[in-house]
Design a protein around this ligand. Structure first.
Ligand code: ADP
Ligand code: MG
Length: 324
């Protein structure tokens, strides 16, 4: 028997941000339900403030090995590998520093003394792993606090994409706080997906730029997502692991296009930390594919995305420059 594909769209709230679902499948509500189950599971998995999460247990027992599920073990292992591959600009051991800045609760500028003592506990190479007789153990360095917030949404999207494939979705677009997966074919029988890159201007609902893509993942990190301004300086939720600082520079947002949601989530964060010049070098050299927006309204596009730019989709006040 053949089932007709139907479209279903809905928005939910998880991990302190919105997740929007667009799914075309034979039973789209059921497909979204399955995806929601994965997101809720991830929410518990990553929540380092909940006593029941394994990340919280690793942190409470820092300095010693903690037995965890294989999933948590592989995840922390992947996070450490991504940190190494990205020269430490992405670092999952920033927990003590994130706590000081308080982006989750009440943001404030920490004192130099507070920052330098928290920074002593940062270093992805101090996390150790042990696999023994089918059991899995992770040890954070003494005083360390793992914070996997930088890849939590990407990981949830990886599981969501698996759910989309399992359900045989004809098309699925799921956007989770600046990370979007494009699965199957384009919506409503189209060949491509139109993806808007958000405008950092607070008074604008139109995207800064629209890309027409045939699939994959787009992940954006920007200083307009979670921030506060003090004495004219903008502090955002992305931390420089080398200084502990949160001050945003000329780079307003960076979006990465790639095949894997976790890699994309990590890479956009790492490029954001590297700042405008270094992010542009990465985009120009082919190290990453994506788009960067600076505070003057220039949208820099990597050469391999030139054909994807929708000429009608460039918002007023922006200009596009292909680099490389
Ligand atoms: P964005 O998508 O804007 O990059 P994410 O929500 O993916 O933001 O990541 C930000 C979260 O990751 C922060 O709330 C913090 O928990 C953590 N984080 C901040 N800076 C870093 C960093 N340099 N490396 C790894 N994780 C970070
Ligand atoms: Mg990210």
């Amino acid at each position: 028997m053949m089932f007709r594909c139907r479209a279903f769209a809905t928005v939910r709230f998880h991990m302190d941000t919105f997740i929007s679902y667009y799914v075309e499948s034979s039973l789209p509500e059921k497909t979204v339900e399955a995806m929601e189950r994965e997101v809720r599971r991830c929410e518990l998995l990553f929540d380092r403030f909940s006593d029941s999460s394994e990340i919280a247990r690793i942190n409470a027992n820092a300095g010693n090995y903690t037995e965890v599920s294989e999933e948590t073990y592989r995840l922390v292992e992947e996070a450490v590998k991504l940190a190494r591959d990205n020269g430490g600009y992405f670092d999952p051991t920033l927990g003590a520093v994130s706590d000081l800045w308080g982006f989750g609760s009440s943001p404030r500028i920490p004192s130099d003394g507070e920052l330098s003592s928290a920074m002593e506990h940062v270093g992805y190479d101090r996390v150790s792993f042990l696999e023994k007789d089918g059991s899995f153990f992770v040890r954070a360095g003494e005083g360390q606090s793992l914070d996997l917030g930088g890849i939590a949404k990407g990981y949830a999207l990886r599981l969501i994409r698996e759910a989309a494939e399992k359900a045989g979705c004809r098309s699925a677009v799921i956007s989770f706080g600046g990370n979007v997966i494009l699965a199957g074919a384009g919506p409503e029988g189209r060949n491509t997906f139109s993806v808007g890159i958000r405008s950092p201007k607070e008074d604008s609902i139109a995207p800064a730029l629209v890309l027409n893509l045939s699939g994959g993942v787009v992940s954006t990190s920007g200083s307009y997502e979670r921030f506060f301004i003090e004495n004219g300086v903008r502090y955002c939720h992305i931390i420089d692991p080398f200084s502990g600082s949160c001050a945003a520079g000329d780079l307003v947002s960076v979006s990465v296009v790639c095949g894997d949601p976790v890699e994309a989530d990590c890479l956009s964060t790492a490029l954001f930390v590297r700042g405008l010049d270094s992010a542009l070098d990465a985009l120009a050299s082919g190290e990453a594919t994506g788009v960067a927006i600076d505070s003057a309204g220039t949208i820099y596009v990597s050469p391999d995305l030139f054909d994807a730019v929708d000429p009608e989709g460039i918002a007023e006040g922006y200009r596009v420059e292909v680099i490389g």
